[in-house]
Design a protein around this ligand. Structure first.
Ligand SMILES: Nc1ncnc2c1ncn2[C@@H]1O[C@H](COP(=O)(O)OP(=O)(O)OP(=O)(O)O)[C@@H](O)[C@H]1O
Length: 390
């Protein structure tokens, strides 16, 4: 089982009376890859800076291995940081950039225990060599940073931060300056490096795809608060509220009403779902991921609509369908011409039911529920007790 390494306990942060972190409670396990994910200004970097010791929280505690470290300066925390701007020393070659922290370290002189002397050259060679292996840059030792690509420079920055064996590495949007292809390659690389060195990585990004690719745990933040903590699968499959559903992946977020346990009513149709624990007649937000909607002939669908827009995305088509004014996004490998009538089917597992929250009704082409529509559809469906259960 993972061991807790760092804990933020009721941490708040205010700048000029503006509360930018609100009573954060969060822990980071040993050896985990945890990502702080959220929109610009939500407080990710401030949280990272508190962990690193560059910022002291206005209130609350920071614990490392159970010991309060609020007043411990950054260099005494066994925590290193990699920023988006690599900040390599331009006049030093790759070897010396990586060796930098080791050259500052002192050890006891074996001949005179009262004296401190630099690390042995042999040890420096061995530890820098290990790092060059890990980042895959053996043979680049003598290059200066300006003779490296962006991705290579970032790898050197990571090696430089790891060489003195910290317990935690903080990474603040470290891939932000790279182009998309390189970013993707580096995501895999970073995950591999983290597993190889076996320490905690705390990663900050606003890129949900990056977070889903690399993380063991994702912390979704908004406006200085935590919205959800979970594995990438948990967060994607069971978003806690409309904010998380909208921020992670693409979603259709629809007003619904629970009919009973495991049955939800949308646009006057009853759909079988798998989520229970809601009261009959409780208003809920319903998330349906675009890839969970199947396109079928009109007479075989649960509901039918008109295609208003089709975009080719390489792996699939993004298809916008109008269900009497409510726009849904469907992702499908089938091409449907604009103007065509289609039916759609959704399996019970495709419905993610969420409690109403402050975010309800605030995202995208949110399809608002209305009693009038319900009545209209009721009449039209001639009192059928429709459900998507086969
Ligand atoms: N030193 C500071 N003085 C005043 N306000 C600050 C300071 N640092 C951060 N803030 C404010 O705190 C809020 C959170 O900032 P933070 O940098 O933590 O957000 P973020 O989620 O990392 O954003 P981004 O993704 O844009 O980097 C913002 O409103 C920001 O303007």
């Amino acid at each position: 089982m993972s061991k807790e390494l760092i804990r933020l306990e009721n941490c708040s942060m205010a700048f000029d009376d503006e509360l930018v972190l609100k009573d954060l409670n969060l822990y980071f396990n040993d050896k985990e890859f945890l990502t702080l994910l959220g929109p610009s200004g939500c407080g990710k970097t401030t949280t990272l800076r508190i962990v690193g010791g560059f910022t002291t929280p206005t209130s609350g505690n920071v614990l490392f291995d159970g010991v309060r470290i609020n007043d411990v300066p950054p260099y005494k925390r066994q925590i290193n940081t990699v920023f988006q701007k690599y900040a390599l020393f331009p006049h030093l070659n790759v070897f010396e950039n990586i060796a930098f922290a080791l050259r500052l370290q002192k050890r006891e002189d074996p001949k005179n225990p009262k004296r401190k002397i630099p690390l042995a050259e042999e040890e420096i060679n061995q530890r820098v060599g290990e790092m060059l292996d890990i980042i895959g840059l053996k043979g680049f030792e003598h290059r200066k940073p300006d003779a490296l690509s962006g991705g290579q420079q970032q790898r050197v920055a990571i090696a430089r931060a790891l060489v003195n064996r910290p317990k935690v590495l903080l990474l603040d949007e470290p891939l932000g300056a790279l182009d998309l292809k390189l970013r993707r390659d580096m995501q895999m690389e970073l995950k591999k490096i983290q597993q190889q060195v076996g320490i905690t990585f705390i990663y900050v990004t606003h890129d949900q795809e990056e977070a889903l690719t690399m993380s063991d745990t994702i912390v979704v933040m908004d406006k200085g608060t935590i919205q959800q903590i979970g594995t990438p699968e948990d967060i994607y499959n069971e978003p806690k509220n409309a904010f998380v559903a909208d921020f992670i992946g693409e979603s259709n977020i629809i007003d619904g009403v629970m009919v009973k346990d495991c049955m939800v009513r949308l646009y006057g149709h009853n759909f079988t779902c798998v989520d229970g624990g809601f009261a009959p007649n409780e208003a809920v937000d319903v998330v349906i991921r675009p890839e969970d909607i199947d396109i079928v002939p009109v007479d075989q669908g649960h509901i039918e609509g008109t295609v208003t827009d089709v975009t080719f995305k390489g792996m699939q088509y993004d298809i916008i369908v109008d269900f009497r004014g409510f726009k849904w996004l469907i992702q499908s490998t089938d091409h449907c011409p604009v103007g065509s009538r289609i039916g759609v089917k959704i399996d019970p597992e495709g419905f993610h039911i969420m409690k109403k929250s402050e975010y309800s009704g605030k995202f995208g082409d949110y399809s608002s529920y209305s009693d009038e529509y319900d009545e209209l559809s009721d009449a039209e469906s001639s009192q059928e007790e429709e459900s998507n259960e086969e």
